[in-house]
Design a protein around this ligand. Structure first.
Ligand SMILES: Cc1cc2nc3c(=O)[nH]c(=O)nc-3n(C[C@H](O)[C@H](O)[C@H](O)COP(=O)(O)O)c2cc1C
Length: 166
């Protein structure tokens, strides 16, 4: 594989990216060009340079975040980002058992972009146990006092496996 160009397209925070208007300007009037001139223009540039795209989001109300949803809908204008080959997703939530629908959305997104789906990594509850959040999680009842090392190790191995697919 040619050199991977790492780009932090970590959108949304501080960026203004609206959802797709469904106006079809990008297909009917100016192919591949979105009529909306907001911060998505930066991401379009990044999307056309990268070979691997990892989408990442916390779960908010059983779904990916609103900002990521907006970004995905705007990829519609590009169709297939020119060099993109693979797409994966990282998700985190407090509770498990909510990922089937989102995994399907991810599969569809990969299909729409004509790229290989390298999978979805989910991280639930105490698997998100970075130290600064630990205390808060214990207090709110989402984690026990004792870190479950096995669950963390299991997740790290899964992420290593994921990394091999890049
Ligand atoms: C507005 C909001 C909605 C949320 N909705 C859900 C939810 O539906 N299901 C869930 O498991 N976690 C939900 N969460 C928790 C986040 O997914 C979680 O905070 C995030 O993945 C980061 O993990 P951490 O808080 O353990 O670090 C929600 C958090 C917020 C702020």
């Amino acid at each position: 594989m040619t050199e991977l160009k790492a780009r932090d397209a970590s959108c949304p925070k501080g960026k203004k990216i609206s959802g797709c208007l469904g106006c079809e300007y990008c297909h009917n009037q100016n192919y591949g060009v979105c009529v909306q001139k907001d911060d998505m223009q930066e991401l379009y540039e990044a999307l056309n340079m990268i070979e691997v795209l990892i989408l990442a989001s916390p779960i908010y109300f059983q779904n990916i975040s609103g900002p990521l949803q907006s970004v995905i809908s705007r990829i519609y204008a590009l169709g297939k980002p020119s060099k993109l080959k693979k797409c994966g997703m990282f998700l985190s939530s407090r509770i498990d058992g909510i990922y089937a629908g989102i995994t399907e959305i991810h599969r569809t997104t990969a299909r729409i972009m004509w790229v290989e789906d390298i999978g979805v990594i989910t991280s639930v509850g105490d698997q998100n146990a970075v130290s600064e959040r630990r205390k808060e999680m214990i207090e709110s009842g989402f984690a026990s006092e004792k870190i479950n090392e096995d669950r963390i190790k299991e997740k790290i191995n899964e992420i290593r496996e994921f990394g091999r697919k890049l």
